[in-house]
Design a protein around this ligand. Sequence first.
Ligand code: 5GP
Length: 176
Amino acid sequence: MELYTPETLISEEEIIQRIDALGKAITQNFEGQDLIVICVLKGAFMFCSDLIKRINLPLKLEFISLSSYGDSTQSSGSVRLEMDITANIEGKNVLIVEDIVDSGLTIKILMEIMSVRKPKEVRLASLLFKPSKLKHPVRIDYLGFEIEDKFVIGYGLDYAGRYRELPYIGVLNAGN
Ligand code: 5GP
């Protein structure tokens, strides 16, 4: 039985329009260079897929998976590396593609993991950012949208494993 009805917060059209702009900015910033794009699973898969179609550079795609402990709508205090990339990033330009920066802990840990591998440069693209929840300062080089402190789903983001397939970003309203 369905308990929640998603309500649109950011439409598919708005998302794609913004990703167009991000793709152009990334293409310009890394002009004439190669790029290793690291998609942070699972939440960033849809954003990453639409973003790389708009990056006009020679690139390689890698996947990484981190898990944070805690309940399903609150970030917890610890992060574990579940699946690593396979590429050697030493001396390479790296673009990390994340779904959302909330407390900033996941990205902080990920940046630490990457920096010991001596890349040339690491930049971050995040579709969403909740500034009100930030505890660990991070620099988001390519940001889709700043949002209020609401639990969002869709466009790759889940609630208890569901809703990732929605083409828009939504919020869940209980009892509808
Ligand atoms: P942080 O470590 O920045 O606190 O949390 C980042 C991770 O928490 C994201 O990659 C995402 O998996 C999860 N997260 C944070 N806020 C939300 C949200 O509003 N909706 C969903 N579905 N996941 C979120």
